[in-house]
Design a protein around this ligand. Structure first.
Ligand code: GLA
Length: 387
């Protein structure tokens, strides 16, 4: 981490002169609750040690901004009075989006320079894009004393993702990057944005991430399609229950009653969300009671739902989840994040962790490719870094 901080400062200094501030913006894990955020349900995420680091300072032109991605080895400049999304997918849209959405809230900023680099694997379901948005928003808020709350910054960053990156995401990732606390996960009610911190202490067990190193090229369209299917479900349920605003207001009895008018796909999607919301609440209790059996069962049920009902897993992540669960030292495992690849999150007996990793990784390497294993360090949300 210090190495990355030194690098961004060095590159910034060489390109732009002395930086004014350095920001750390973390990625996240999600213990349980996938695709529930935009359905105004519950999620159970935490910020982690992997992060993007930013060096930032004002530019010597009031409207000109220059940003350098060290990892992409690419720079670009834009004018604050002339911001437009770039039609093809690129990291630049996250930057443009944050600046434009900040301006849309009526805040005024001046030209700035930026260099950044990180260690959140892209496309792994660990929210590198939210870290990019939130870290920049946080940095600009500090640099120009904008007086934004963390919640406001999360909403601005989410709007950037919707309107500039084209992903109709929920609020989980941005909240995690901004609201995370060391050693604590939190249950977020995505309807009223209230959060409840939960200490992560599983005694003899550890949470571990296993990156399948697979990411789906159609993930944006598939993600937006799932969101649309959930909205279709709500619209149909409303014909009988007009007060329903989101899948959060629906229970399984209502859904089963309406099953005859819902198409099979929409029914399966809605069923997953209704049950996943309940799993988040149950997981909160299981963490409080350190009930490893329940924790494992809920992870496994979630993976089943992701696989057969929400249909967002892939062959490789199904294989990995099965490998973990076939091992008697792993009570549970599931695919994490937006879907179609990325990471598995598993709970493993700490003493046996190395053996489990060895077994899972050799089975995966034999059939597919190398997996990457990451220990999870639950960390603070966006913050300034002394360098
Ligand atoms: C992505 C989105 C989040 C959330 C997850 C799935 O990470 O950005 O808002 O919907 O997928 O849980």
């Amino acid at each position: 981490m210090q190495r990355l901080i030194n690098k961004v400062v060095e590159v910034f200094n060489a390109q732009f002169g002395k930086e004014q501030l350095v920001v750390s913006a973390p990625g996240r894990i999600n213990i349980i609750g996938e695709h529930t955020d935009y359905n105004l349900g519950y999620v159970f995420p935490a910020a982690i040690g992997e992060a993007i680091y930013f060096a930032l300072g004002p530019s010597n032109n009031p409207t000109k901004c220059t940003c350098h991605s060290i990892d992409e080895n690419e720079s670009f400049s834009f004018d604050l009075n002339d911001i437009e999304a770039i039609p093809s997918p690129t990291w630049k849209n996250y930057i443009l989006g944050v600046v434009a959405e900040l301006q849309n809230t009526g805040k005024t900023i001046q030209g700035f320079n930026l260099a950044f680099s990180g260690n959140i694997p892209v496309g792994s379901g660990m929210s590198s894009s939210a870290a990019l948005e939130c870290g920049l928003c946080f940095g600009l808020n500090e640099l120009y004393n904008l007086g934004l709350s963390r919640k406001e910054m999360a909403l601005i960053s989410q709007a950037a993702e919707h309107n500039y990156a084209g992903v109709k995401c929920g609020i989980m990732d941005q909240f995690s990057s901004l609201m995370g606390k060391k050693d604590q996960a939190f249950i977020l009610d995505c309807r009223n944005l209230e959060l409840t911190y939960v200490k992560v202490d599983l005694q003899n067990y550890s949470l571990v991430l296993c990156n399948s190193n697979v990411s789906h090229s159609l993930v944006t369209s598939a993600y937006n399609e799932r969101r649309q299917q959930c909205e279709d479900g709500v619209a149909q349920v409303k014909t009988k229950y007009p007060n329903v605003q989101s899948l959060r207001d629906i229970n399984m009895d209502m859904l089963n009653e309406l099953q005859p008018i819902l198409n099979d796909t929409v029914y399966k999607r809605c069923k997953f969300i209704v049950e996943e919301n309940q799993r988040v609440l149950d997981m909160g209790k299981a963490f409080e009671n350190r009930d490893l059996e329940d924790i494992g069962r809920l992870l496994n049920e979630a993976h089943y739902g992701l696989r057969y009902e929400f249909e967002i897993t892939c062959e490789q992540t199904d294989f990995l989840a099965d490998q973990f669960v076939d091992n008697k030292f792993t009570p549970g495992a599931r695919q994490m994040g937006g879907g179609f690849g990325g990471c598995i999150i598993a709970v493993v007996e700490t003493e046996k962790l190395n053996d489990v990793i060895k077994e899972v990784s050799s089975a995966y390497a034999m059939k597919y490719k190398e997996a990457t294993f990451l220990p999870i360090e639950i960390s603070n949300g966006c913050h300034l870094v002394n360098n």
